[in-house]
Write a protein that binds this ligand. Structure first.
Ligand code: SIN
Ligand code: FE
Length: 294
């Protein structure tokens, strides 16, 4: 039986996104590796917008429908020009609300939080067939092969917009430092010249630092380790429809087991703008390895 001592979900009573909600100044709760959950914070869809909660709007190439900022271009969707404009407006509204919300929750990040992509995830998570590396039903921290972060944090706001009562079923796992200690001994250094070469060939969008190398290895080691998946400390969390949750997905071990129809907003924050930079994966790894990961 998986250990159930993992207890990292903190619930808050907010019922509105705007500046008048009750919760603010909770940077430390997030930075400590908790999931902030708002079970009474739905994202309202107009009745005509509910038609967008359907896989048919996905263009079949991308996993998600998304908006790219700063321009807000819509990617991954197929439909008439009018449909797409409505879909774009819906997702952009979520971007605006979640940004206002994040700045209320985390006033320390004001002026530093950068908006990343916004996505609508229309496919059923359970039973999706992918390679083990892309299989997000396995516990992992987020790290991307082509997109080196250099330590920049990945803060994500999710909202379950399912209209048939289906929760987003997650598992969450052990604290980041424990996770790093588990796999660091089996992580090898990158091959000399490999970061330069991947950048030159366009495999990565910029140079992969050793931080990125270690984060990718953590991601891959965890997903490939079935014994870890089965028996490491973990807890199941169901996010009911109408729930919004906020998490540092580069820090919190997570897996999405089931659910359909979710909105997600990514934000980036550089480590020095955290309230406590020492809680970051970058500083944690540097502390454990006793050297800078550049
Ligand atoms: C993930 O970030 O691994 C997936 C989250 C989700 O789709 O619920
Ligand atoms: Fe993930």
């Amino acid at each position: 039986m998986p250990d159930t001592r993992v207890d990292i979900v903190r619930e808050f009573p907010d019922t509105r996104w705007g500046d008048d909600g009750p919760t603010r100044g909770v940077e430390a709760v997030l930075e400590d590796g908790n999931v902030l959950s708002f079970p009474q914070l739905p994202f309202a869809l107009a009745e005509v917008e509910c038609r967008f909660l359907d896989e048919r709007w996905a263009d079949g190439k991308a996993k998600n429908i998304s908006l790219r900022w700063p321009g807000g271009e819509l990617r991954g969707a197929a439909g008439t020009r009018r449909d797409l404009a409505e879909l774009q407006a819906l997702i952009a509204r979520f971007a605006e609300l979640s940004e206002a919300f994040a700045l209320r929750l985390f006033p320390h990040y004001r002026g530093h939080l950068r908006r990343g992509n916004t996505s609508l995830r229309p496919t059923q998570v359970a039973g999706r067939v992918t390679s083990w590396r892309k299989d997000d039903t396995r516990l992992h921290v987020d790290a991307f092969p082509s997109n080196p972060m250099h330590g920049t944090r990945l803060l994500r706001v999710f909202c379950n917009v399912n209209t048939s009562g289906q929760p987003r079923e997650w598992r969450v796992g052990e604290p980041f430092a424990a996770h790093a200690r588990r796999y660091l001994p089996s992580i090898t250094r990158p091959l000399p010249g490999s970061a330069w070469l991947m950048n030159a060939l366009g495999i990565t969008k910029r140079r992969r630092t050793e931080y990125d190398h270690v984060m990718l290895q953590l991601h891959d080691h965890a997903k490939a380790d079935l014994e870890f998946q089965r028996s490491s400390p973990q807890a199941r969390v169901d996010f009911a429809p109408g729930t919004t949750w906020v998490v540092y997905s580069d820090q919190v071990l997570h897996a999405a087991m089931a659910g359909q129809h979710m909105l997600e907003q990514t934000f980036y924050l550089d480590v020095e703008h955290l309230q406590r930079p020492e809680t970051s994966p970058l500083r944690t790894l540097e502390h454990l390895l006793r050297r800078p990961l550049r």
